[in-house]
Design a protein around this ligand. Structure first.
Ligand code: NAD
Length: 249
């Protein structure tokens, strides 16, 4: 259906070198968008861009000036930025009493501060045009506290992403810019590899998921296409949870 298409749209996806971001980049390209694949890791980022048929852009999203420069480059080279996907993220499974200031800051810098930098940079271009969509990667961890592993910093950062998304959506709706988030449950990527290799964690994760399996990155990519496309034209400030039913129990 045409309303799910993104032909002639320009998209920038952060953390797109692997995992969910890579699948999002693929999905946006399949929907017709010209995709810019941004990642800190040059090797995987370049490989992903080639595979996707997009353009690689080296970017550390925790550096706000670099985020501004990346958006400026996309606008200069592609003519516009229509879809911004703030996806790069990280997790630490450290008990809270053992979490250092640096560890806390590293999680917040990437999962929260960088999402704000990406939204702000995109909006500075989108608001004057009166057009644009932003999709942030939250997590079901922004709604529930995972078990059995400790990850308070991650959970707090993702709850903040979901509320930042609502706040920016309300602020920018009158200017024609939509902001939504996707909140995956457990998805099979490098981020969850160690946990899936731990029998206790794996059992707990799958037992708590009504569908009894982890998600595929492509299943998140499809949600992002929906949120990026005119199919979701009346959604802003929404968080779409894609978790195999985890938060239903
Ligand atoms: N995998 C899951 O189960 C799951 C569940 C819910 C939410 N999420 C979220 O989805 C997003 C992607 O997760 P994933 O599982 O694909 O992770 P991943 O670790 O497989 O990939 C993360 C990507 O981000 C890149 N990155 C890291 N730091 C960066 C920086 N400073 N600047 C630019 N890029 C950087 C990495 O190089 C990597 O390519 C994250 O926000 C994560 O919190 C993942």
């Amino acid at each position: 259906m045409d309303r799910f298409r993104l032909d002639e749209e320009v998209a920038l996806v952060t953390g797109a070198g692997r995992g969910i971001g890579r699948a999002v980049a693929h999905a946006l390209h399949e929907a017709g968008a010209a995709v810019w694949v941004a990642d800190l890791d040059e090797e995987s980022g370049r490989a992903a861009a080639e595979e996707v048929g997009g353009t690689f852009i080296a970017l550390d999203v925790t550096d706000s000036a670099a985020v501004d420069a990346a958006v400026a480059r996309v606008v200069a080279e592609a003519g516009a930025l229509d879809v911004m996907v703030n996806n790069a993220g990280t997790v630490r499974n450290t008990p809270s009493t053992e979490t250092t200031d640096d560890e806390w800051r590293a999680v917040m810098a990437l999962n929260l501060d960088a999402v704000f930098y990406g939204c702000r940079a995109a909006a500075r271009h989108m608001l004057p045009r009166g057009k644009g969509v932003i999709v942030n990667t939250g997590s079901m961890s922004g709604h529930i506290a995972n078990r059995p592993q400790p990850q308070a910093a991650y959970n707090a950062s993702k709850a903040a992403v979901i509320h930042l998304t609502r706040s920016l959506a309300a602020e920018w709706a009158p200017s024609g810019v939509r902001v939504n988030s996707v909140s995956p449950g457990y998805v099979g990527t490098e981020m969850t590899k160690a946990g899936m290799g731990n029998e206790e964690w794996r059992r707990a994760w799958l037992d708590a998921t009504p569908m009894g399996r982890v998600g595929e990155p492509e299943e998140v990519g499809a949600v992002v296409v929906f949120l990026a496309s005119p199919a979701s034209s009346f959604l802003t400030g929404s968080d779409v949870v894609a978790d195999g039913g985890y938060t239903a129990w």
